[in-house]
Ligand binder design. Structure first.
Ligand code: BGC
Length: 266
């Protein structure tokens, strides 16, 4: 913990949780006050180990958690990961090692860290974080949060309730898994201009609109900080806004979901 950040005090501990966000290139984490969505420590980041294999990632997460300093005993730990997660088991691996398919991920992290954790999809965590602390705070109806990065992540939130594992990045449009056309990685890989990329995003969000009739789209992922280059080019009936939590959405959402989970599930 850096000298500039306050130690969580005893009075805070009920609402203190750890959030860890595992990605293809980096693993980030912080101690969070889930009542306010504030980071109580600096955000720490370690590189995702080469190959992204389960044991290596679990050891890196252990190192990251240790680097956060003293964690209050009452604090829960939430970890998010870029795969379908059902009852702690990772069921897919679009942009990570195939070893995660059908893997008891939550158990591995619990064993490695020596404590209970909550384990959730990365876009679900980021979306839930945004809906709770960010742009959609207090808004009812159907909100679709998408994260545009290496893949396209999605979270469906209806009247504040998260419907997990939506996986809308893999919608098949024109016979292709559309994440391969419209993720930010596709823009980079194919060196697309903002305009050309926005044309693909137009097709993507129009399809989501047709299927779900949402009340609001929120667009996250690192590229959302450059939203003025592509969001104004989209012509949709649904309001579409950039995410506000940026790189902290996954950390905050994972931390928050861990507190919900520990109160709802034994
Ligand atoms: C994965 C999702 C993940 C998204 C963003 C997709 O390829 O299938 O589970 O949420 O990428 O990381």
């Amino acid at each position: 913990m850096s000298e500039s950040t306050p130690e969580p005090s005893a009075a805070d501990t009920k609402t203190v949780a750890v959030g860890i966000d595992i990605g293809g290139t980096g693993i980030k984490g912080a101690i969070v006050d889930v009542s306010t969505g504030e980071l109580l420590t600096d955000r720490k980041k370690l590189n995702t180990p080469e190959g992204g294999k389960p044991d290596d990632i679990a050891e890196t997460v252990k190192e990251l958690v240790a680097s956060l300093g003293d964690i209050p005993a009452e604090a829960s730990v939430g970890i998010c990961f870029p795969a379908v997660v059902r009852h702690g088991v990772t069921m897919s691996a679009a942009n990570v090692s195939k070893k995660w398919i059908g893997f008891e991920a939550e158990k591995l992290f619990e064993k490695t860290l020596g404590r209970d954790i909550a384990f959730v999809n990365d876009a679900d965590a980021a979306g839930f974080g945004e809906a709770t602390y960010g742009e959609a705070k207090g808004k009812g109806g159907l909100i679709i949060v998408t994260t545009l990065g290496t893949g396209i992540g999605s979270a469906l939130i209806y009247d504040g309730v998260l419907i997990p594992n939506a996986e809308l990045g893999h919608l098949e449009i024109g016979g292709v898994d559309y994440e391969t056309k419209a993720a930010y990685s596709a823009k980079e890989r194919e060196d697309l201009s903002w305009k050309k990329w926005a044309e693909r995003l137009q097709v993507y969000y129009e399809t989501l609109e047709k299927l779900f009739s949402p009340d609001l789209f929120i667009v996250g992922g690192g590229v959302s900080k450059n939203h003025e280059h592509f969001l104004p080019l989209l012509d949709l009936d649904t309001p579409i806004v950039p995410a506000t939590l940026r790189n902290n959405a996954g950390i905050l959402g994972a931390a928050l979901l861990s507190t919900k989970r520990s109160s709802l599930v034994e």
